[in-house]
Design a binder for this molecule. Structure first.
Ligand SMILES: CC(C)(COP(=O)(O)OP(=O)(O)OC[C@H]1O[C@@H](n2cnc3c(N)ncnc32)[C@H](O)[C@@H]1OP(=O)(O)O)[C@@H](O)C(=O)NCCC(=O)NCCS
Length: 212
């Protein structure tokens, strides 16, 4: 087993929570890559300023990476970058999360403290299941989607790749949310949401549709 620590891409608030989840799970973060003002460390993890360090780190035997950036499109880009350089995207599960044995998790996923992933849910690569969020049975959460803290997603919901469900969003059973959609904080989604839409409120109503 490779004992070198995980390279974290990102050095902001989300990266802090990821670092603590990694440490709580008994693993360790070796370096962060990103910028954090004038700080040279993030929670005692040294910060390297840009992606140009990746090739050297790979040559030194670092194999594992995690993309700790909230913006889905950036997570997607950096995920492809590090895989192209020969890193493996690790999945981080906080020890205080619950993941059903019948659930499937992709690569580069984080399941934060207090989150619950129930039976037969499928979580795509690079997805964030944030603090205290629940993803119930038979849900499919797409690649690089972000389920923010305290979301409650009922059974058999599909969330498309790149979508972001704001903090505290609730989704009733069987709903489909298209890819690259944004759901405002505190919304209750009771109708399907198309690709690229911005929806918010109780019940959630679409306010902007993508023109693409
Ligand atoms: C929905 C959201 C993306 C809209 O952002 P925005 O386009 O910058 O919108 P604005 O702040 O300019 O607000 C536009 C209008 O929508 C309303 N609005 C904004 N967010 C809302 C929400 N979640 N629910 C209901 N109404 C909302 C505002 O009150 C405002 O109404 P007004 O024009 O009558 O004053 C944002 O407010 C939001 O909820 N983001 C989620 C953030 C989050 O949870 N991130 C997870 C971090 S881990």
């Amino acid at each position: 087993m490779n004992t070198k620590g995980i390279i974290i891409l990102g050095a902001g608030g989300h990266a802090k929570v990821v670092i603590e989840a990694i440490e709580a799970s008994g693993d360790n973060a070796a370096y962060c890559i990103g910028s954090c003002g004038t700080s040279t460390t993030l929670l005692n993890v040294p910060i390297l300023p840009d992606e140009s360090h990746l090739d050297r780190l790979r040559a030194e035997g670092y194999q594992r990476a995690f993309i700790a950036i909230g913006a889905s499109s950036v997570r997607e880009r950096l995920g492809n970058l590090v895989v192209g350089k020969g890193f493996t995207l690790v999945t981080v599960i906080h020890p205080m999360a619950w993941v059903s044995p019948s659930a499937q998790l992709g690569n580069g996923v984080v399941i934060m403290a207090g989150a619950m992933i129930n039976a037969c849910a499928v979580i795509g690569d690079l997805a964030i299941i944030n603090t205290g969020a629940t993803v119930d049975h038979d849900c499919t959460i797409g690649r690089a989607a972000h389920i923010a803290p305290q979301c409650g997603i009922a059974g058999s919901v599909t969330v498309g790749s790149g979508s972001m469900l704001g903090v505290g969003t609730k989704v009733i059973p069987g709903i489909t949310i298209g890819k690259n959609a944004t759901i405002g904080a505190g919304s209750v989604v009771v109708r399907n949401i198309p690709e690229g839409a911005l929806a918010m409120g109780v019940p959630a109503r679409i306010t902007v549709r993508s023109t693409s």
